[in-house]
Each structure stands twice: as structure tokens, then as C-alpha cells.
Write a protein that binds this ligand. Structure first.
Ligand code: GAL
Length: 419
């Protein structure tokens, strides 16, 4: 008996030691999930091929984008993930059921692409879908049936063996019962975890799924970042709530209500950046709209995934995308997104930072306006504050009132510190 007691005690010690030793003992993202926080402790930053290249992507274009991320300083500003979106794969799986790179587009294969990116201090992202087809295949823009449905373990192992650090996993399958959608996304989450490689998991439960489950469902614990809206386009206002075409203003309207879900390990994804993107019959963004885009994505603690063509970017575009004071708000280690404290056409948002507070005076309206608030209106204790304008080289001191002239569709982004 004494022997049995000893063995039990020993077993208990071993179990406790195991609990603390395995990666499962790390903090996890959201209730009920088995998703380590670490790859997404702050909102992911990178570049994705879709907004500029759509389905016509190849190795040369990805190399050029990667090289330009390095030479322009974007990588050093934080844009590290290079995500190859739809249309990178051979239209059919090989005879053993494995995915292959499209040999005409990526003649050196995906493992070689991973090595190219890693050698430049970048990280490697790929796109795939949980059903029979990817979104471009569903739309008829690309041949074949390569979705990961039923192949999750094989595909996850293959991605890990290629050095993939980020998977964008896109529903694109029309209306389906929500439990099925959850099961599909959870299956790939678990298949990625089983590879032992830390892979940042980005899902889009929205595309072609009426009911916008990215907006209506809480995906904490399932993925590190979750699309909350339909696809963004390079425009200010589409006017259809969460339906295409969506512009910067529409997306802020939808995402504003979801702040309570965002935090370390789980971020609302209001889609990629359209700074420097034009075409598709859309007008593109004015300079003020582009600043609002970056300012409000930073306030919302959104992933910053550039969608421009880095090899062709203008100095103005680069300056916008790499504005360190603004990126620091997005990447603040406290990981608390902003709250909107004044709604309407002249909005006020406040975001607590690890040190200090970020404030956005956001003019959603079509006329220039003076937007004002106060420390009390922001929920801050009385006292003297230094106010820094994060887009202009100006600062001042206030003991209460804060206000600024804001152009139509523009945003004045401020940081408040104790004076
Ligand atoms: C859409 C998705 C886009 C892009 C595209 C690829 O569903 O929202 O961001 O990935 O599929 O076909």
C-alpha cells in the first residue's frame, strides 16, 4: 500500500511538472481556446499580395515586394509577415494528396520562398480555404479544387515543413450552419498546433457567408485574428453596412462595436491597408482619408497588413506607412483597443497605452470641423498633460480642454502624457 501511495505522489509531481513544462501551460488567447498568445501578443504587421496583385501572383513579385520591404525600412518599422494570398498553388493536389506550388508561378517551390523570406528577416504567410475550393476557385478566376477540407493534418504538416509562419484561412463557401463553420476553423487550428510550429492563425469567416459571422460571432480562442467585415476596397464610403463595397468609413462603423473582443492573442481584423492602392474602378483614398485609415486602425489595435506594391511606393506612401509614433499606438504592449466616447460625424476615441493615452479626433463627416473634448470627457483624471500631435511636429500643454481643426474625412491623432 505504502508503495502505491509513493507511486501516486510521484505521479502527481510528474503531472504538475509536465503541466508547467509543455507549451500548453502558456497563456492562451480567449476563453476555451487552445491557442498560444505568443505569435500575436500585439497586432500582426506585414504585407499581403491580394490588394495589389489579386490572383496574378508569382515568385518574382513576392521577391520584389520582400526586397522593397527591407530597403524601404518597412520591415524595420514592423511589417514582417509576407503573406502570399490566393492562387499560389498548383490547381490540383499531387498523387499523394499533397498541395504543390504552381510550378509556372513559383518554380522554386514554397520551401525555397520561405528560405528567401527568412534570410531577409521576414516571416512567411500563405493563404488557403477550409472547403473544397479557395475563393478565387469559387469565383471561377482560378482552376481546380485545392481547399484544405479533409486534408487539414497533411496541409498543416506541409505548411510547417515549408517554414510557414502565418496561415490566412478563408471561408468562402456560402451559407452554412455556424457549428460547421466553427468546426472547420477549429480543425485547422488544432492541425497547426499538432505540427509544433508556432503559426499565426488568421481567419476570414465572413467571405460569402451571409450573416457576417466575423461581426456577429466571437472567435476568441479559435484564431489570432478574425476578419470582422467584408473585403475593403480603396474607397471612403460604400454605404451598405457590412456588405460590399466597403470603404474605410464603413469598416470603422462596423468594427467600433467589437472592441471588447480584441486583446493580446486575439485581434479584430478590419481587413488590409489600402494606402497606396488604386484601381478596380474605385477612387483610392485622399491623403486625409489615408491618415484616418492608419490612425483608426492603430486606435482599434488592428493588424496592419499593407496591401500596396512596396517596390513602386512613393516617398509619401512610405512615410505614412512607417510613421513610428502611429505604429507605436497600434503596437502598444498593453493591447487594449480604443473606445469611442463620442459618436456621430465628429467622433472622439480614447485608447489607454502602457504609458499615456492615445486620443483620436475623427471627422467622419464631409465638412471640415473643430472637434473638441476634455480630460473629463475622456474619462481621465484632472491634471496637466503634454499633448503630442502624432502626424504633425507640434505639442502643447493642457489642464482640461483638447480640440483641433480636423479636415473632412480626416483624423487628428494625439498622445497625452503627464506634463
Ligand atoms: C476573399 C478575401 C480576400 C482574398 C480573396 C482571395 O474572400 O476576403 O482578402 O483573400 O478572398 O480570393
Amino acid at each position: 500500500m505504502a508503495d502505491l501511495g509513493m507511486r501516486r505522489a510521484l505521479l502527481a509531481v510528474v503531472c504538475v511538472a509536465f503541466l508547467f513544462a509543455v507549451p500548453g501551460a502558456e497563456p492562451h488567447a480567449g476563453a476555451g481556446g487552445s491557442l498560444p498568445v505568443r505569435p500575436a501578443a500585439t497586432p500582426p504587421m506585414g504585407w499581403n499580395s491580394w490588394n495589389s496583385f489579386g490572383c496574378s501572383i508569382d515568385e518574382n513579385k513576392v521577391h520584389a515586394a520582400a526586397d522593397a520591404l527591407v530597403s524601404s525600412g518597412m520591415r524595420d518599422a514592423g511589417y514582417r509577415y509576407v503573406v502570399v494570398d490566393d492562387c499560389w498553388f498548383s490547381p490540383q493536389r499531387d498523387s499523394s494528396g499533397e498541395l504543390r506550388a504552381n510550378p509556372d508561378r513559383f518554380p522554386h517551390g514554397m520551401a525555397a520562398l520561405g528560405e528567401y523570406l527568412h534570410a531577409r528577416g521576414l516571416r512567411f504567410g500563405l493563404y488557403m480555404s477550409p472547403n473544397l475550393r479557395t475563393c478565387a476557385q469559387v469565383a471561377g478566376d482560378y482552376p481546380g479544387n485545392t481547399g484544405s477540407g479533409g486534408h487539414e493534418r497533411t496541409d498543416a504538416r506541409e505548411f510547417a515543413s515549408w517554414g510557414v509562419d502565418y496561415l490566412k484561412y478563408d471561408w468562402c463557401h456560402g451559407a452554412s450552419p455556424l457549428p460547421d463553420v466553427r468546426a472547420a476553423f477549429t480543425t485547422m487550428r488544432d492541425a497547426l498546433a499538432a505540427t509544433g510550429r508556432p503559426v499565426l492563425y488568421s481567419i476570414n469567416p465572413n467571405s460569402n457567408h451571409p450573416g457576417e459571422p466575423g461581426e456577429n460571432e466571437d472567435w476568441r480562442g479559435v484564431a489570432h485574428m478574425v476578419r470582422t467585415t467584408e473585403d475593403i476596397e480603396p474607397l471612403w464610403f460604400g454605404g451598405n453596412h457590412n456588405a460590399e463595397p466597403m470603404g474605410v468609413r464603413d469598416i470603422i462603423d462596423v468594427n467600433a462595436a467589437l472592441a471588447h473582443r480584441a486583446g493580446p492573442g486575439h485581434w479584430n481584423d478590419p481587413d488590409m491597408l489600402e494606402v497606396g492602392v488604386s484601381g478596380g474602378g474605385y477612387p483610392g483614398l485622399s491623403a486625409d482619408e489615408a491618415r484616418t485609415h492608419l490612425s483608426m486602425w492603430a486606435m482599434m489595435a488592428a493588424p496592419l497588413i499593407a496591401g500596396n506594391e512596396p517596390a513602386q511606393m512613393s516617398p509619401a506612401e512610405r512615410d505614412l506607412l512607417t510613421r513610428r509614433e502611429v505604429l507605436a499606438v497600434d503596437q502598444d504592449p498593453l493591447g487594449r483597443p480604443a473606445r469611442r466616447v463620442v459618436d456621430g460625424d465628429q467622433q472622439v476615441w480614447v485608447r489607454p497605452l502602457r504609458e499615456g493615452t492615445a486620443v483620436a479626433l475623427y471627422n467622419r463627416g464631409d465638412q471640415p470641423a473643430e472637434i473638441g473634448t476634455s480630460l473629463a470627457g475622456l474619462g481621465l483624471p484632472a491634471g496637466q498633460r503634454r499633448v503630442h500631435d502624432l502626424w504633425q511636429p507640434r505639442e502643447w500643454t493642457t489642464g482640461g480642454a483638447i480640440s483641433a481643426a480636423v479636415p473632412a474625412h480626416g483624423t487628428v491623432l494625439l498622445r497625452l502624457d503627464p506634463a
